[in-house]
Design a protein around this ligand. Structure first.
Ligand SMILES: O=C(O)CCC(=O)C(=O)O
Ligand SMILES: [Fe+2]
Length: 179
């Protein structure tokens, strides 16, 4: 996975697909390459990614639940989109098509190129009697040297590293969104 994440062939392919000149591995020491493990009964609730793009590779598909849902472009670099976001957050078990929500049933081996900075997204709850859902997440940015914010890193990983503390004063940010 590490080799694939940083491989010149893959990053060139993704940059070409996104029609951007160059792509960099997210420099964050915790959030660059992650394994997203959802055990039975777990979900990954609505959020935005802190990085510009993500590539997700589904490894193990759950028997029940664990669907990927997203609302493309619900916000932009200059518009937070709070009203539309609130409607989705209050929507509960939204079906495909409601409030702009789209649903994907990913299969093992499916690779998704995803603009998670502007598209609200989640993975619905994996059924209590299901097999787990396993995904590998490759995070990239358009600028080099981007690192996640300290508070968000603590929320996501329950810890932060010296690099996160340091980058609060010197960090490179691609936009001024709240996070
Ligand atoms: O597991 C997935 O399909 C998406 C995970 C995700 O949204 C994330 O890691 O930020
Ligand atoms: Fe995400």
């Amino acid at each position: 996975m590490k080799e694939l994440f940083a491989s010149a062939e893959l990053t060139a392919f993704i940059a070409e697909s996104l029609e951007i000149p160059q792509l960099y591995c997210y420099a964050d020491p915790l959030a660059g390459l992650t394994a997203n493990i959802l055990d039975p009964g777990q979900e990954f609730s609505w959020h935005f990614d802190t990085n510009d793009f993500a590539v997700t590779l589904l490894i193990d598909e759950p028997d029940g639940g664990g669907l990927f849902q997203y609302v493309p472009g619900i916000r932009s670099a200059t518009e937070e989109g709070f009203d539309a976001i609130q409607a989705v957050l209050e929507g509960g078990a939204l079906l495909d098509g409601q409030l702009g929500v789209r649903t994907l049933q990913l299969r093992p081996g499916d690779m998704q190129i995803f603009r998670g900075r502007y598209s609200l997204h989640r993975v619905t709850r994996v059924s209590a009697d299901s097999t787990p859902r396993h995904a590998a997440i490759f995070a990239y940015t358009e600028q080099p040297g981007v690192i996640g914010r300290l508070a968000r890193t603590r929320q996501l990983f329950g810890r932060a590293l010296p690099e996160h503390i340091e980058s609060e004063t010197t960090r490179v940010r691609s936009d001024a969104l709240l996070d």
